[in-house]
Design a protein around this ligand. Sequence first.
Ligand code: ADP
Length: 174
Amino acid sequence: MDEKEACKRLTVCMGDITRLEVDAVVNAANNTLLGGGGVDGAIHKAAGPELMDLTRRLGGCPTGEARVTPGFRLPARWIIHTVGPVWRGGGQGEAGLLRRTYRNSFKLALDKGVRTIAFPAISTGVYGYPKEAAARIAVASALEVAEAFERIVFCTYSERDESVYRRVLEEFCG
Ligand code: ADP
């Protein structure tokens, strides 16, 4: 697939990821998979307590890896939980780890037959990853696999983040 076709499958939106009608939403979880603040808290709250009953049994998730659960009360059929790196200045392998969260999430999505998927801006909240650099990794990773999906959504949660993604998409896709 040429780059232009791949670019058409990438979209940016702003709003609550728990509301999106996609096959899978990605959760920026932490190593325990037991919920937390930010998007993780919102997903657990919206999916209902059955989610925690299940994640408690998964035994956590190492940074860079991903795990899949049903979406329970979400409109999305699946939740892909992935753990992004905490930003420690950039010299601790953060970029590689963030890339792995996207690649592993896409891999699990493909295993489940997912055609539409939405990502939050992994690691850019309390984990402190610089937003623009993180968005470049997100977009580059999505372009690598776009031909296998119908739609890949970057779900931002502020106007500022939305414009970061739009700028980065423009950079890659023109
Ligand atoms: P991390 O610990 O990986 O940094 P956070 O949840 O703190 O994860 O932040 C990741 C991103 O998710 C941030 O950009 C934050 O604004 C965003 N976010 C928080 N709540 C939601 C939500 N309900 N839907 C989509 N994005 C959200």
